[in-house]
Each structure stands twice: as structure tokens, then as C-alpha cells.
Write a protein that binds this ligand. Structure first.
Ligand code: GAL
Length: 691
């Protein structure tokens, strides 16, 4: 076991080799469950899909008990027939490995494949996710079913990819996993002295004197213990996944990709998404609105966030056909909104959109969920809207294939920082997704005018050189290595803007002995004197703006460090203190913003930062009307514009340069200098003569 963890820790440290390139092209499809329906009805399903211009289905991810009805008895003929029938309708297949839901015979005979909840209760058969992700026996079962599938379909030309499991979510707190955790810690830290020092265990509870004392459930533990537990969960999901990748790779054609669909609306923080997707060919996620309507800025940010996991285009493996069944109110999206959502994801780098699910489930936990055809197999009202999207994709596929969004501005995000703040938010108002959005929304608006996107990347792994401006809204953990990378970026001519709470912790989630931003204090020539949780808004001097949630008083330590903003009068500890400082370093600069300004002031600050950094391209539109989103994908000399009107009334966009319409609200194609979009309207244009 010791050896195993040494290998897992090594795996985490090396860059993975990916066999297959991500799929090119543009896919539209759905999750299809042929095993739930009489075979005689499959052809009608596929005919309706083909009529809607679908070209992909995902199958199999919950079908283990159909694939292996009894231990060691594999029945895959039905799947082969389903794949062949889909191919007859020009529909390719992604096979989901069924490892999210083991069959009842397995959990009954081998209860150790079941996971244990944190409260000590063993999970039971009945739903999904009942398995134990760390169980060696379960992993052997997974490897065998995956091998059976891969031997059968690994070279089937109609199978284009593989999805491992489904939305990795629940860890296990059983005794065997606890022992594994202790072995993992021993492999990582070597001695208990090292572990106690890293966790500063003598600052709180007494130090551990035996490995067996370290609990798997870190609740109530210190910050170092909490963080290391997340690292273990990440490593365990990664090895759970690798167990299947290692079976698939040698058995499947290099053209077939391997992915997993990430749930939790992309934002879940159970484990590190950068680390887990590093071993995959393609990132994919499940983009649901749930209650209410599309929050365009947030969904744009989440799609950019997903694109940043592997820094390449991605798939939306699941999205809702207008409604879900798990929100407090499962309202239907407006007419046109389902299509607008799909185009938004494509505009931000999705190369596939698959609806969940094709047909209303007769029973089970998914009853009532949005679908495209009803329990009778006939189209529901949203079918026509999705078929329209299918026609759009037919009209744009050739032009869009191979293009991606491009960015000169990056926002930095990493899980250690996310976790460190979430373990100890200090104020319940500190919602990191909202903080990220406060920085992202103005930056996206600034960038889109020039035809650029905003990347969201992990600075520990992403190359930074290509960016002009990097903004780090919540980089709480900055290791010495990362600090060196950031300083090198700045010296080389890049511009770095740090947000509040930056550089407070080291990689063990211990406080740095220097004040914030820790290892960047010297380069910044300034530091944080104290941080404050705010219970109301405070003024920013010399502006009409205010800030809320969090404020830090800053000081400039070097004469070369300028104070950019100060807190206004009447703020007690903060009055007159520096709120933002900035220093030129090498050919670039570092700035530190110690608070969260309101939207107008934030927009001013981001505009200035982007302008000073030379991160803005000349406008490609005359101005972006309120509620309209301009997404741009490029490749070589090609430039594709996706214009989406998220507002509830008509908007007109004046274009600069000459464009050819591929998709327009009135169906017209040809040259265009302006486009009028109704509410939820979409237009796709290609620049004439290249960019
Ligand atoms: C996803 C899951 C799907 C389905 C869907 C319903 O999280 O992967 O299998 O349950 O939710 O919205």
C-alpha cells in the first residue's frame, strides 16, 4: 500500500500524457437509455433524433445490471445493436462506463464495495453513488466491466469516446479508507514530526503520536488537516479514474477520447478539477440552470472556468431540456432560452451539447425531469426549439470546427485557495463564486468588445506568458514556487492584480510568517496591515464608489509603490488607509486591491488595469448593447461571432468589419453590417476575408 501511494503522489506531480486529441467538430445529442425501453421503439427514438440533427448520444452509464446481470455474465449484444442502429441514423456514441451504480447482486454479496457516510452509516442499494471509491474490490469489478466494454467497442468506428462513471461525488469514511488515508499521509510526510509541523498540530490540539490516530473525517480538525483531506480525496478520485483509464487506453482506438462528466454545476469543490481532468483527453461538465432563468454572466464564467481545467475546448455532457426535477421550483426556461443557453456554452468553447435526458423516465428518481420526448416517445414542445439548434449547428459546423475562444486576460483560480477560504470564511458573506464574478463580469464585458475571452486558469500549472493581465481575486495560498512564477511573469512585462486575501497561507494552509501577500510582499513593496470583515458598505475616498464584505488596510513599504485608492472617512480602523497599491516591477507591474468594490467602481478599476496592461484589442462592434453577449471563437485567420440577446426585448448590434451571417433570427444569410436580435435571439457570423 505504501508503494501504491508513492505512485499516486508521483502521478499528481507529473504532467500526464494524453493519447487522443479532443474531438473536433460540433456535436448535438442527448443521454439515451435504450436499456429502459422496448427495443422495438429504439428506431423511432433515433429517427426523431436524426430529424433534429442530432449526431451523438451518450449511453450506458447506469446500465451495469443490464450489462452484467449476474456476476461474471456479460450481456453486451443489446448495446452493440443500439450502437449500430444509432449509426444507421448518423449518430455517434459515447459510452458511459457504468461504475456510478453497481448492480444489487454485487452490493449484496460484497458489502465492502459500499461506501460509508461521514456519520458512520453504510450506504445501501437503491439509488446511485452507493459505491466506495477507494475499495480495491470495487475497483477490480470496475476494471473488469470496463475491459469487457473496451474489448467489444474499443475499435467500433461508431463509438467516439468514453465517459468514466458519472459526476464523481461521494467519498467514503469506512475503516479501510481511513487506513489508506493514514498510509497516504505516511507516504507524503514520512514522519509524524513532519506532519505535526506541517499542520502546526501543537498550535491547537495536541500533536499526533501514532498514524492510526489521524481521523479520516477532518471535521473539527485544523486548517492543515482539512486541506490535506481534500488532497487525499482528489488523489483517490484520480486513482479511481486511472484504474479505468489504464484499462481503456490499450484497448481503445487512439481516436476515441476519454472524459468524465463533472457535476456540481462545475463549482463543487469536493476535489480538484484541474488535477482530475489532467488525466483525461477532454473535460466535460453538466450545465443546469435549475430554478429561475439563465444567469448569463454566471454561466459565461462557469463555462470559461471549465475551459480552463484543461485549457482547451470542452463538452457540455448534460444540460436541461428547459427544466429539471430537483430545484425547489422546477420552472420551464423561456421559449428560446434553451437554445440561447446552448449557444452561450458553444460561444465559450463547448464543442458539444447533450441534453439530459432524451425521454421522460417512467419511474425512478428522475421522474418529472425535463426531457425532449414524453413517456409516449412523442416530441414535447421543446423538441422543436432543440431541432432548430440542430439546424443552426448544421449551418455552422464547418466554420466553427477547430475554433476556440482566445484571451489576453486570465483570472487565476486554484483549489487550495478555494478550500482555505471556505474552511475559514471569517464572514458568512464571503461567497467565492460571487467574488470571482465581481471580477469576471466587468473583465468579460471589456474583453468581448475586442473579440476576446477571459480565461480562468490554475496558476500552478497554466503557462502565464501569453497573457497581458492576470487577476487573482482570491489566491489565498501562494507557495514560494508560485510566487517566483508570478514575479517572473511580471518582470517579463505582464501585469498582475491581486485581490483581497491574497498570499495569506502556505501550501499546508498555515499562516505565512510575513503579512499578506506573503512571498509577494517584497516585489509589491507593500503589505496588508490588517483584514476586516465588513457588516455594511464603506466609502472609497475620491470616488462615488463603495466596497463591502471584506476590507484590508494596506501600506506601501517602498517609495516606488503608489497608493491607488484609499478608504473614505468614518470607517474606524480603515479610515484614510490604503485600499489599493501598485508598483512597477521589471517590464510589468503588481497591484493589490484589498477590498471588493461595487460594480461601477470595479468596472472602472478593471478597465484601467486592462488598458494599462495593453490587454484590450480594438473593438469589433460599435458597442455591446445591454443584455447582449458577444462570444468570439477564432482559429488562424478565421473569426466566428456568436451574438446572444439575453435581454427580454429587441437589441441591435452594429458590427465593425464585414461579416457573413450563418445563423440569424430571420433565417437570412449573407453579408451583414448590423444584426437585430429579438429576446433570446441568436446570430452566428463569420468574418469575411478573415481577421
Ligand atoms: C445529473 C446526473 C444525471 C441526471 C441529472 C438530472 O447530475 O448526472 O444522471 O440525474 O443530473 O438533472
Amino acid at each position: 500500500m505504501k508503494l501504491l501511494w508513492a505512485a499516486v503522489l508521483l502521478l499528481a506531480a507529473v504532467a500526464p500524457m494524453c493519447a487522443a486529441a479532443p474531438q473536433r467538430g460540433l456535436y448535438l445529442g442527448a443521454a439515451w437509455y435504450p436499456e429502459q425501453w422496448p427495443e422495438a421503439q429504439w428506431d423511432r427514438d433515433l429517427e426523431l433524433m436524426e430529424a433534429a440533427h442530432f449526431n451523438v448520444v451518450r449511453v450506458g452509464e447506469f446500465a451495469w445490471s443490464t450489462m452484467e446481470p449476474r456476476e461474471g455474465v456479460y450481456e453486451l449484444d443489446w448495446l452493440e445493436r443500439a450502437i449500430a442502429l444509432a449509426a444507421k441514423h448518423h449518430i455517434a456514441v459515447v459510452i458511459g462506463t457504468p461504475t456510478d451504480a453497481p448492480p444489487a447482486w454485487m452490493t449484496a454479496k460484497y458489502p465492502d464495495v459500499l461506501g460509508m457516510n461521514a456519520d458512520g452509516r453504510w450506504r445501501e442499494h437503491g439509488g446511485r453513488r452507493q459505491f466506495n471509491y477507494a475499495s480495491e474490490r470495487y475497483r477490480r469489478f470496475c476494471a473488469e466491466i470496463v475491459a469487457q466494454l473496451a474489448r467489444r467497442f474499443g475499435h467500433n468506428p461508431d463509438v467516439i469516446g468514453w465517459q468514466i462513471g458519472n459526476e464523481y461525488t461521494d467519498e467514503s469514511f469506512d475503516p479501510a479508507t481511513r487506513a489508506m488515508y493514514q498510509e497516504y499521509l505516511r507516504a507524503k510526510f514520512g514522519t509524524l514530526e513532519n506532519l505535526n509541523r506541517a499542520w502546526a498540530a501543537d498550535c491547537g490540539p495536541q500533536p499526533f503520536t501514532d498514524w492510526s490516530q489521524v481521523p479520516l473525517d477532518p471535521a473539527g480538525g485544523g486548517p492543515g488537516q482539512l486541506l490535506e483531506h481534500k488532497h487525499f480525496v482528489t488523489a483517490t478520485w484520480r486513482s479511481f479514474q486511472k484504474n479505468q483509464i489504464d484499462v481503456l487506453r490499450p484497448l481503445i482506438a487512439p481516436s476515441q477520447f476519454i472524459t468524465t462528466n463533472i457535476g456540481g454545476l462545475a463549482w463543487s469543490d469536493n476535489w480538484d478539477h484541474y488535477a482530475v481532468t489532467a488525466d483525461l483527453d477532454l473535460a466535460s461538465w453538466d450545465d443546469y440552470v435549475g430554478q429561475g432563468h439563465l444567469d448569463a454572466a454566471k454561466n459565461a464564467m462557469l463555462n470559461d472556468f471549465v475551459r480552463g481545467w484543461k485549457r482547451q475546448n470542452f463538452w457540455v455532457m448534460e444540460t436541461e431540456p428547459a427544466s429539471v426535477n430537483w430545484a425547489p421550483i422546477n420552472n420551464e426556461l423561456w421559449p428560446g432560452e434553451t437554445r440561447a443557453l446552448a449557444w452561450q456554452t458553444i460561444g465559450h468553447g463547448a464543442d458539444a451539447v447533450l441534453y439530459w435526458q432524451w425521454r421522460d423516465a417512467l419511474n425512478g428518481q428522475e421522474q418529472y425531469h425535463g426531457a425532449i420526448v414524453g413517456p409516449d416517445g412523442q416530441p414535447l414542445p421543446v423538441y422543436e426549439e432543440i431541432a432548430r439548434l440542430g439546424r443552426d449547428l448544421e449551418a455552422t459546423r464547418a466554420a466553427i470546427s477547430g475554433t476556440s475562444p482566445e484571451a489576453k486576460i486570465a483570472i487565476l483560480h486554484d483549489y487550495d485557495s478555494r478550500w482555505a477560504i471556505d474552511f475559514q470564511p471569517f464572514t458568512k458573506l464571503y461567497d467565492q463564486q460571487q467574488v470571482l464574478l465581481r471580477f469576471y463580469a466587468p473583465l468579460e464585458q471589456i474583453a468581448e468588445r475586442g473579440g476576446d475571452a477571459v480565461d480562468i486558469v490554475d496558476p500552478n500549472v497554466a503557462p502565464l506568458d501569453g497573457y497581458r493581465l492576470i487577476v487573482a481575486p482570491e489566491l489565498n495560498v501562494i507557495s514560494a514556487t508560485l510566487a517566483e512564477r508570478l514575479v517572473a511573469f511580471v518582470r517579463g512585462g505582464g501585469h498582475l492584480l491581486l485581490g483581497p486575501r491574497s498570499g495569506m497561507k502556505d501550501e499546508n494552509n498555515a499562516l505565512n510568517t510575513q503579512r499578506q501577500p506573503g512571498p509577494l510582499v517584497e516585489a509589491l513593496g507593500g503589505r496588508v496591515e490588517q483584514y476586516y470583515a465588513l457588516d455594511g458598505a464603506i466609502d472609497i475616498a475620491g470616488t462615488n464608489g463603495s466596497a463591502d464584505v471584506w476590507a484590508e488596510s494596506l501600506s506601501a513599504l517602498s517609495p516606488a509603490t503608489a497608493v491607488v485608492l484609499r478608504y473614505g472617512r468614518g470607517n474606524g480602523w480603515l479610515e484614510g488607509k490604503a485600499a489599493m497599491i501598485r508598483r512597477d516591477v521589471g517590464k510589468g507591474s503588481i497591484a493589490y486591491l484589498g477590498t471588493l468594490p461595487d460594480a461601477a467602481l470595479m468596472s472602472e478599476l478593471m478597465t484601467k488595469a486592462a488598458t494599462d496592461a495593453g490587454a484590450l484589442d480594438p473593438p469589433i462592434v460599435e458597442g455591446v448593447p445591454d443584455g447582449v453577449e458577444v462570444c468570439v471563437r477564432v482559429a488562424g485567420g478565421r473569426r466566428l461571432l456568436v451574438l446572444i440577446n439575453h435581454a427580454n426585448s429587441t437589441r441591435t448590434v452594429q458590427l465593425k468589419g464585414s461579416y457573413r451571417t450563418l445563423v440569424s433570427p430571420d433565417g437570412g444569410v449573407g453579408s451583414a453590417t448590423s444584426i437585430t436580435l429579438p429576446a433570446q435571439g441568436v446570430a452566428v457570423l463569420e468574418q469575411e476575408g478573415g481577421r
